[in-house]
Design a protein around this ligand. Structure first.
Ligand SMILES: Cc1cc2nc3c(=O)[nH]c(=O)nc-3n(C[C@H](O)[C@H](O)[C@H](O)COP(=O)(O)O)c2cc1C
Length: 256
């Protein structure tokens, strides 16, 4: 689409949203709007509503003036925005990541804050084939995990270092969120862990870029736990400074 033909910045934004929906593959090009509206699946309905909204603006008479689209319009209507969800960012069975997620849950509980854990090890084995792109909304197990994300207000991502970055499965999971993203305008804290010296510093940076692209607010205080075998034993952080930094981060997340 040629943006030069569209002068109003708001209209350009709307066109970009429409193009993105199509590009993302969440809306197959050959499905008409009324067909989309009949589909009985919440994320698809959201997309259908957003699509209808985009269409209504595109088709509105000029005299009606533009209603400036805001990102909040594009947020999930089924989000309860109440719960903190701790995402264990790998699907590796018996991971250290899930242990750290439980540690963080206990930490939040010590601050009188309940939370829930979403473990990527619970992802359906075939989700990259059965739940993404044109198959969005087709896999009920994935839909349930998607809806946990949609219904959460804040997140803690525990992110292990895999080959100097964050795990590919975490990116695939994020790619499976409906678009515009259910993460937009929400808040999160990041915890990086590794066996080596870096505590996934670079992976947290990579992941921050992805989350920022989706409009998510990432808490500046990122915590890294390097040398996990020494620093995380029996479900506890052994290094006093790191333990203090994690506690500081949890407090900041609650105030975020
Ligand atoms: C596929 C893979 C790649 C990894 N790459 C790195 C790495 O680049 N640097 C590092 O320090 N540790 C690396 N690790 C070790 C993990 O970061 C470390 O074990 C982490 O504390 C917990 O990972 P887990 O949740 O899979 O148990 C890697 C582990 C796996 C399984």
């Amino acid at each position: 689409m040629n943006d030069d033909r569209v002068e109003e910045p708001e209209k350009r934004q709307v066109l970009w949203v429409k193009e993105s929906l199509l590009f993302n593959g969440t809306i197959p090009k050959n499905v008409p709007n009324d067909g989309l509206a009949r589909l009985n699946h919440a994320p698809t309905k959201l997309i259908a509503q957003t699509f209808a909204f985009v269409e209504s603006i595109l088709n509105a008479p000029r005299s009606k003036q533009w209603r400036k689209p805001t990102l909040s319009i594009l947020n999930s209507p089924f989000s309860t925005k109440k719960m903190i969800t701790i995402v264990a960012g790998t699907n590796r069975p018996l991971s250290k990541t899930i242990e750290v997620a439980h540690f963080y849950q206990n930490l939040l509980q010590s601050h009188q804050t309940p939370s829930q854990i979403l473990d990527l090890a619970d992802l359906p084995d075939d989700f990259v084939f059965s739940a993404l792109y044109n198959n969005a909304g087709q896999n009920e197990e994935f839909n349930a995990m998607h809806d946990v994300m949609a219904g959460s207000e804040k997140f803690v991502f525990v992110v292990p270092e895999y080959n100097n970055s964050f795990p590919g499965v975490l990116k695939a999971f994020i790619d499976g969120m409906s678009y515009p993203s259910v993460l937009t305008s929400k808040k999160c804290a990041l915890v990086g862990i590794s066996d080596g010296v870096q505590g996934n510093a670079l992976g947290l940076s990579h992941f921050t870029d992805v989350l920022n692209y989706l409009g998510m607010n990432v808490l500046a205080q990122k915590v890294r736990v390097p040398f996990m075998r020494k620093n995380f034993v029996d479900g506890e952080i052994k290094d006093a400074l790191i333990a203090q930094l994690v506690d500081d981060q949890a407090r900041l997340l609650l105030a975020f």
